[in-house]
Design a protein around this ligand. Sequence first.
Ligand code: P53
Length: 474
Amino acid sequence: MGFRKDFLWGGATAANQCEGGYNEGGRGLANVDVVPNGPDRAEIIAGHKKMFDFDNEHHFPAKVGIDMYHRYKEDIALFGEMGFKTYRLSIAWTRIFPNGDETEPNEEGLQFYEDLFNECHKYGIEPLVTITHFDCPMHLIKEYGGWRNRKMITFYERLCRTLFNRYKGLVKYWLTFNEINMILHAPFMGAGLYFEEGENEEQVKYQSAHHELVSSAIATKIAHEVDPKNQVGCMLASGSYYPYNCRPEDVFESRKKDRESYFFIDVQSRGEYPAYFLKDLERRGIEIEMEEGDKEILKENTADFISFSYYSSRVATNDPVLLKQTQGNIFASVENPYLDSSEWGWQIDPLGLRITMNDIYDRYQKPLFIVENGLGAIDQPDEAGYVEDDYRIDYLAKHIQAMKDAVEIDGVDLMGYTSWGCIDLVSAGSGEMKKRYGFIYVDLDNEGNGTLDRSKKKSFDWYKKVIASNGEDL
Ligand code: P53
């Protein structure tokens, strides 16, 4: 009963949200560096407002992140103290290939991650590596248009081959693209796409998605060739849609919304474009250019496991009156009247995690890995600097219980769980620092002021206990 004996407990971060050191170690400039916080961010990450370099009007939080580039030893020691079995992190592409189209990698960048992985292994922590977490070298965006260009497949393949060869024996769990469906919702951040006036955005997004999907399959192929021990996962921004009510139209609408996301995993896990998707493209007049061999590559190199982020369930309706109340979130959803919300309006639904796990497992029958989950909240340290984050403990305990139910009662095969932002980091959606997820507090504010000192929150000792008891003691 309970979780696997070798269950991979841990936490997750992404390079662009925590590393900083943007101009150190020979690193090049990336899309994620030039997205500022503040009111312009939403339009920029959506590819509707161009931002190709730093300017003086905005604050760019990724420049410093939480300075993990210099402090990773201290941070990994704290993860080790909590008993992490795994640490999910991402590679900054621009540390390895600063422009993206070089033929030789940057040794300093490769050495940085090698040192970091060695540091993890000191504490018995298995790295789980996201190859690209929203980042794309700026040079590839300016010169080639980002993922809309098929040449990206070659550049990405080179990156992957370099990583698999160099880190053979140090890393065995890989994710090809973070939240691959984010390309539909935040295309500049997700895939280095920006749009020109009057352009058919859907056409561009799905063509780019095809390039990513083929790249993901090629990466899987190479990973297995380099080391049969490598396990490669796809990664979905999940959260099942509920019908707003039992009107058949709402039920159907919720299925359609789910398919918008599942489409990506259908290709990555089953190895082919699903019929509903092809029909939909035809109706919308979108044609995806494919090359000979693409279909075979997709079919022969499917994901070993399915990973996903889960923050909330979602609600769908086709009732135009209700639709008007939709919130301006990256993932638009009608509000669910039965659920409470976080300070950022994200609805809290632990049972939704169990529902989502079952939906995904029923659909693919492959091992699942929850690689993001957590509560973004404002933390108020007391005079001694201590954060009593009972609200975070409550959120996580309920979600872990729901995931346990999915495993114990429903029989879902789950490899591990890495909570999001195990150490406070910059928010992807808003660029804020005050939206915190961590067990470890970082002294830094939205404007970049603070000592960057780390301290343990109440949830630190709680999570340590959860891991030590393999999820029994919540
Ligand atoms: P933040 C929106 C909806 C679902 C997942 O998000 C999302 C987003 C982006 O905001 O992204 C993932 O920081 C992503 C992480 C991100 C995390 O969710 O906006 O993989 O990079 O930080 C939380 O609160």
